[in-house]
Design a binder for this molecule. Structure first.
Ligand code: ASP
Length: 341
């Protein structure tokens, strides 16, 4: 996931004809929109394919954002799901949330040994009177719903990182810039030696042919976090927010700093007041930078947003954040603009 892939551009050949045919078919079926799906980081390219299979068959955005991120949860080579970086006790704990076009939402946090937290979050939304279940209770609910208890399956890189971390045993991730650690403590940002930012989240937003928006977010959270730590990703309004009249937003990066500005909800409010998705994301990034002052140099946060019309935009604190976009005529990775150059 850390290696940036080359941008994928689909051929433009034949696209106009396909769009014209698609628009006609949509008009006949009473459909109004050209579907769009966006998701965070380069793993989003694969995830978008699964989402697109749903959207292009005139399926629901909610199904698309669930199926899409399940691909990433399944991928043990990646940093989401059971193969991801563990906490300081060596255990992988997962956070996820999902939200549909009608303000229905569900979340799980501190969930262990369940392969698809996003699907458990959806069950919380659809089958309980609650929005969020955590820990043992979330696992108990998942088992009652037929999910199976999986063994932990740390990826090779996660095992290696954890072994290195254990050797130092100083509550500092080896993947975190040590200078930042000295200055800012164990929750300093995960900047890799390559200069890229450690990230463990996929967030996805989709607009379907019916004009409805939904979003999902799933993560193992910060690597080598304190046991019990929960970030922004399962928190509706912080890691994800969807308002079908306005737009939707997901966040990635230092969860603590997304939570303190109610990030995704605030981006949606900025779009409500007329800002474009990119301008809205930029406004919140500037707010985080203002709050963090000189510490902003050492944290990465990114917001990714879509509005009701399907326009998309993103903004991050530092360069290095990219998102995957899929529409009827585009499939590519887009590099987000950033506050620091
Ligand atoms: N936002 C996630 C968290 O703080 C981590 C990430 O996106 O990399 O748990």
């Amino acid at each position: 996931m850390y290696n940036r892939r080359k941008f994928i551009q689909t051929s433009a050949l034949g696209i106009s004809a396909a769009i014209a045919t698609g628009n006609k078919a949509r008009a006949q079926e009473g459909l109004s929109k050209s579907p769009v799906v966006i998701s965070t980081w380069d793993a989003g390219l694969e995830a978008n394919k699964a989402a697109w299979a749903v959207l292009s068959a005139n399926g629901r955005a909610l199904d698309a954002v669930e199926r899409g991120v399940m691909v990433t949860e399944d991928s043990l080579s990646c940093c989401v799901g059971l193969g991801a970086n563990p906490d300081r006790d060596g255990l992988v704990t997962l956070d996820a949330c999902i939200m549909d076009e009608a303000f229905n939402c569900g979340a799980v946090a501190f969930l262990e040994r369940i392969k698809h937290p996003i699907s458990v979050a959806r069950r919380v939304m659809e089958k309980t009177p609650h929005v969020m279940l955590v820990g043992e209770g979330a696992q108990q609910f998942a088992l009652a719903e037929g999910f199976s208890l999986e063994p932990q399956q740390l990826s090779e890189s996660a095992q290696r990182s954890y072994r290195e971390w254990l050797q130092k045993s100083n509550y500092r991730s080896p993947r975190i810039n040590v200078e930042n650690q000295k200055e800012h403590g164990p929750f300093a940002p995960a900047k890799l030696s390559s200069g890229e930012w450690n990230h463990d989240t996929i967030g996805m937003l989709a607009l379907d042919a019916f004009g409805n928006l939904s979003g999902s977010c799933t993560t193992s959270g910060a690597g080598f976090k304190m046991r019990g730590r929960i970030g922004d990703s399962p928190i509706i309004g912080a890691g994800l927010y969807v308002d079908n009249e306005v737009g939707a937003c997901v966040a990635t990066g230092q969860g603590e700093d997304v939570i303190r500005v109610a990030g995704s909800s605030a981006v949606v409010e900025a779009m409500r007041s007329g800002k474009s998705p990119e301008a809205a994301c930029r406004q919140l990034i500037e707010r985080v930078v203002r709050i963090k002052k000189e510490k902003a140099k050492d944290i990465q946060v990114a917001f990714l947003a879509i509005d009701k019309k399907g326009a998309v935009g993103s903004f991050s604190i530092h360069p290095g954040f990219s998102y995957a976009l899929r529409t009827a005529d585009q499939e590519k990775l887009v590099v987000a603009k950033s506050y620091f150059k």
